[in-house]
Write a protein that binds this ligand. Structure first.
Ligand code: MN
Length: 237
């Protein structure tokens, strides 16, 4: 990186930082279209120290909004894209014209995954599952400690970029796995995700650098188990 490039980077970071200081999730310019960036339900700083403010800000305002901009461009030539529920499109990607299928897979997957991820985290999270979700975890997967270990292993074991999941499979059973890129269990016939964690480097690199395991360990402290319970109920319905 030469001096001009590094200066640009510093200015860029300062701009993001100023935005983070002034509000929760300000609206900012998006390409016109049916897709809008969903706000976080909490401040960018709310998940400190587990996930740092700068990472949350860039992840939401740059990475997620990039998918939104791309989707609004794609929607110009795929009218169904903004009209149908995202879940039904992701569950039936073969219904998208082949020339645009990969773009829809990556960008609609990216949008859905990130919206799911923001909703799954909360300040003061990290308790434990209860109710029907706990009962299913205990009966099918040997308890919460085992689930935590296996989801962590699925995240650590995903080579490169992707996600780790606890999800309800097509047979209505809980299953743990990982997916590459912005794929998710819906694309493979799953009924719904219960929890999911982003293991792309952009999700943790500023604070944890290459220590994905440390990020995953901290991430458990953010999980909103009430939301996970409602995700489970929806997937089983
Ligand atoms: Mn991400």
């Amino acid at each position: 990186m030469n001096r001009r490039e590094s200066l640009k980077l510093i200015i860029g970071i300062a701009t993001v930082s100023a935005t983070a200081t002034f509000g929760r999730t300000r609206a900012f310019a998006q390409a016109a279209g049916p897709f809008t960036l969903p706000p976080l339900g909490y401040a960018y700083s709310a998940l400190e120290p587990n996930i740092d403010t700068m990472t949350m800000t860039i992840h939401h305002q740059r990475h997620h909004s990039g998918f939104i901009a791309n989707l609004n461009n794609l929607a110009k030539t795929i009218p169904d894209l903004g009209a149908k529920p995202a879940e039904s499109i992701l569950a039936n990607l073969s219904g998208v014209a082949e020339a645009q299928r990969m773009a829809v897979r990556n960008n609609l997957g990216g949008h859905w995954n990130h919206a799911f991820f923001w909703d799954l985290m909360t300040p003061g999270g990290g308790k434990e599952p209860d109710g029907p979700l706990k009962a299913a975890i205990d009966a099918q997967l040997g308890g919460f400690a085992a689930v935590k270990d296996q989801v962590t292993a699925a995240g650590a074991g995903r080579f490169g970029s992707g996600w780790a999941w606890l999800f309800v499979n097509k047979d209505k059973k809980l299953q743990i796995g990982n997916t590459p890129y912005q794929d998710n269990p819906l694309m493979d016939g799953g009924r719904g995700a219960v929890i999911g964690v982003d293991v792309w480097e952009h999700a943790y690199y500023l604070k944890y650098q290459n220590r994905r395991g440390d990020y995953l360990a901290a991430w458990w402290n953010t999980v909103n188990w009430d939301k996970a319970a409602s995700n489970f109920a929806k997937a089983m319905a």
